[in-house]
Design a protein around this ligand. Structure first.
Ligand code: BES
Ligand code: ZN
Ligand code: ZN
Length: 504
């Protein structure tokens, strides 16, 4: 797919599908009259007869025959605005998703979207164009790689044109350019996550990072299992012990030319398949465990976006990547592992492996970079998925200012998060009687998402830190029109927003 600024009005566009987004009880505008004149003189009456008023979530589909070709006019409703409340951007995102999924089903080659007035959202035209572009790309994503029957593949090569006021053309062009970079990052993550686990091993994922580093001349280090062992990263090595695949630790750096710029670090969990290890998962829970590298995929793709958007910050990403498999060499429940920062953990359950690989990656980042802030992103706990369901990523932090920044980015990017409490009451849950900490929480305290966060806290020293648990949001999110069954790329938009809007 490809998004560009349209050179014509909507009525003059030769695209197969022509789309208006309207607020509830909208007035039939000049552009609509132009369309009616061109294609459907009774359009206004048709919408009235259909009782289409522009309610949020509603779509009117008007087929028109153009010679041998069927085309379509769409009206998508954005709901009501009132004196105190602007239109909701998420309603707009979902309207785009709904319309573009129909365009894709109809196998149209092209679609023109009339950008709604940004002021309706209390937003700038550039932001609106960026959001439209990114969401359009997300809506048209499909994992097609393994169908041998061509007819099962969804059409993704669709040209998207945005129709904007002349006065906004420059801003809209900028928004499209940014939107494409973000959309590509999100869809890259989805593609990596959707790829079957034997086709996306730690070596292969690390290889993608190397390719990106080469393309954008970024500094990169990829440590292999032998080096990881030698460095004393007992967590990552311990998780990988049961697997035939080599584990990797990917470290990438983006540096700005600007002096005294802040340094952010994004750290992502990269378990390319989580069987649970010797504490093996039930079959059903294992079905989607190829998604357990979504965090690592996200930070790698975010790095690629940042290398193109070039914000005035330094960014470090760290991705500990491994399989979690049972075997005669696997780490056993009862084993004690020693991490890169010298701390030890008793492994009571080998299925709580994400925190073990993150512990080494966080320790490495803290020791070598001392960043101004760390965000980690991980499909870490089933508990988080139970607590919040598929619509909010769990956010855990004891740093209010950083947490507020991340929540602002989440709102702007349309990548929903919800805070879970990190009061010290939960700290004791991960006590061990024979090591510094234990890798599972005490049953009486429960709150598995939060106790996992407290485990990670042992590895960030005093660096401001936010933990994002995407276990519920990374995969198979229902109801949201711009997603598919499969990977979502949750938190990629958020992290890019944070990196590009960072202010002291
Ligand atoms: N990868 C899983 C968490 C997960 C669950 C991600 C569902 C996506 C969807 C993680 O490694 C795990 O298995 N966690 C255990 C921890 C428990 C043993 C303390 C869990 O949540 O059950
Ligand atoms: Zn696990
Ligand atoms: Zn896992």
């Amino acid at each position: 797919m490809n998004v560009v600024l349209s050179k014509t009005s909507l009525a003059k566009s030769s695209c197969d599908a022509l789309v208006f987004f309207v607020e509830q009880d909208f007035k039939f505008s000049a552009a609509m009259k132009e369309i009616a004149k061109e294609y459907y003189p009774t359009l206004e009456q048709f919408l009235k007869n259909e009782e289409f008023t522009g309610k949020a979530g509603s779509v009117a589909t008007i087929p028109v025959v153009d010679g041998k070709k069927n085309r379509c006019i769409f009206f998508a409703g954005l709901g009501k605005k009132n004196a105190t409340k602007a239109l909701d951007m998420e309603t707009y995102r979902r309207a785009i998703g709904t319309v573009l999924k129909t365009v894709q089903r109809k196998k149209f080659d092209s679609v023109a979207l009339q950008l709604p007035d940004a002021a309706l959202f209390d937003a700038a035209p550039e932001y609106c164009a960026q959001q439209t572009t990114t969401i359009a790309m997300m809506a048209l994503y499909k994992f097609n790689d393994f169908f041998s029957d061509e007819s099962l593949k969804a059409k993704t090569a669709i040209a998207v044109e945005l129709v904007a006021d002349k006065a906004d053309a420059a801003a809209v062009k900028d928004g499209i350019a940014t939107g494409i970079i973000i959309g590509k990052a999100v869809n890259n993550v989805r593609h990596w996550v959707d790829t079957p686990p034997s086709h996306l091993t730690p070596t292969i994922l690390a290889g993608f990072a190397e390719k990106i580093a080469k393309k954008y001349a970024l500094k990169i280090k990829v440590f292999n299992e032998q080096e990881i062992n030698k460095m004393g990263m007992g967590g990552l090595a311990g998780v990988s012990a049961g697997s035939d695949e080599d584990c990797k630790l990917v470290i990438m750096e983006y540096t700005t030319a600007k002096k005294d710029a802040p340094t952010l670090a994004f750290v992502g969990k990269g378990i390319t398949f989580d069987s649970g290890g010797l504490s093996i998962k039930p079959a059903v829970s294992m079905e989607t465990m190829k998604d357990d590298m979504a965090g690592a995929a996200s930070v790698i793709a975010v790095m690629e976006a940042v290398a193109q958007l070039k914000p005035a910050i330094n960014l470090i990403i760290a991705a500990p990547i491994s399989e979690n498999m049972p075997s005669g060499k696997a780490t056993k429940p009862g084993d004690i592992l020693r991490f890169y920062n010298g701390k030890t953990a008793e492994v009571k359950n080998t299925d709580a492996e994400g925190r073990l690989v993150l512990a080494d990656a966080l320790s490495y980042v803290v020791k070598h970079y001392k960043p101004d802030a760390i965000i980690d992103i991980a499909t870490l706990t089933g508990a988080c998925a139970y607590a919040l369901g598929p619509f909010h990523t769990g956010l855990m932090s004891q740093h209010d200012a950083l947490s507020e920044k991340v929540q602002q980015s989440a709102r702007r990017a349309g990548d929903a998060v919800w805070p879970l409490p990190m009061t010290n009451d939960y700290k004791d849950a991960i006590k061990s009687s024979i090591a510094d900490i234990c890798n599972i929480g005490n049953e009486r305290i429960r709150a598995g998402a939060i106790t996992a966060a407290f485990f990670l806290q042992h590895f960030v020293d005093d660096v401001p830190w936010v933990h994002l648990d995407i276990a519920g949001t990374a995969f198979d999110v229902p109801s949201i029109s711009y997603y598919n069954p499969g990977a979502t790329g949750a938190s990629v938009r958020l992290l890019i927003d944070l990196a590009t809007h960072w202010k002291k």
